[in-house]
Design a protein around this ligand. Sequence first.
Ligand code: FES
Length: 283
Amino acid sequence: MFKVVSCRMIVPNIHVLTVEAPAVAREAKPGQFVIIRAEEEGERVPLSIADWDEQMGTVTVVLMNVGRTTDRLASLDEGQEIPTVVGPLGNATDIEKYGTVMCIGGCYGIGSIFPIARALKAAGNKVIALLEARSSYLFYWEDRYKGVVDRVVHITRDGSKGYKGHLDRLPEIMKDIGEPVDRVIVNGCTYCVARSSEVTRPLGISTWVSLNPIMIDGTGMCGVCRVTVGDATRFACVHGPDFDGHQVDWAELLQRRKTYMMEEVVPLRTSKCEEHSQDVRGT
Ligand code: FES
């Protein structure tokens, strides 16, 4: 069993979960992920490692509460235990000296791209963090970013902080930065990573994305996480999770992501209704 060190909502619907997992913390590298179960017999969810502490033996993930399992994880309290934390899984992000690197993080990706930005900076790159959210109140870890990157730029759907709009404004943002960007790395929802890739394609900037397809085992055995990259079928868990964003078949990935949408959302609603009716009956 893995003990919960802390679990708290950092901004609406986004939770930071830290668990004791010394074996994972010992081996973790930027860009890798873990598979977590909230309960025995429960669903296995892949979550990118957002930080780790080798000495304390802890691993931190940032998750968005979107379904029954993430809802259970989000409601964990300090001291509780969960049955499964498997990892580190997947390949680490390639960390080299590229020059100027833009790290784009949206939603839970603001957390998962943080160790990548930190490692790129330590490798001698100039690192620009572009953080994306619907509104300013959804940003987090800004102090942490300011401590490790050269510049933090914001874009919000409602214009409440930084640029207003979508990642379609990337060319303009890059122009304002005033220097060539040698590499773009993106973490976030499928829409965020797909859109960023489409926008950088005509600019000819090498763009690497962390994919988050549905996974079961996370070790290349089930085939559920398959994606098409170039002409090849790849398993995101063992060949990725990072891939060249200009080679990914986004239409296929977006379609496959929706496969169990109803099964994810309906149990959450149902369990909430059950909890509510129990509360009502209990009062
Ligand atoms: Fe099963 Fe990748 S999750 S092959």
